[in-house]
Design a protein around this ligand. Structure first.
Ligand code: ZN
Length: 113
């Protein structure tokens, strides 16, 4: 997956446990609601991707993801611990945005120009 570089960063990662989704908001006002299963399916870590490397594609999780814990990694990424799935995936802000864009879930802010 080509991940376009943006000059945005993630400002909020709001969990909605009852829906098993997370609402992500970027610094330019764009947002997206991603399911926990979607996050697991795109986990970029070596364990989830195996040894084929290269292209990142969606791999449906074997079991539904029950919950997620997000922790910041530097100022460019979050580490997601997905209960029932992976607990060490590092998702860069641009990568999360690209997932949302690919899945047609990215809501761009109204153009201000
Ligand atoms: Zn993983």
């Amino acid at each position: 997956m080509h991940i376009p570089k943006t000059d945005t960063y993630l400002v909020e990662f709001r969990r909605q446990p009852e829906k098993r989704t997370a609402v992500l908001t970027w610094s330019d006002g764009a947002d997206a609601e991603l399911t926990y299963d979607l996050l697991q399916g795109y986990c970029p870590c070596a364990h989830c991707r195996g040894h084929e490397g290269g292209e990142i594609v969606y791999l449906p999780p074997r079991k539904p993801i029950k919950s997620v814990q997000a922790a910041p990694v530097g100022n460019y990424a979050v580490s997601l611990a997905l209960e029932g799935g992976c607990n060490s995936g590092i998702f860069s802000f641009d990568f999360l945005r690209e997932i949302a864009r690919r899945e047609n879930l990215l809501n761009l802010p109204e153009s201000s120009s």
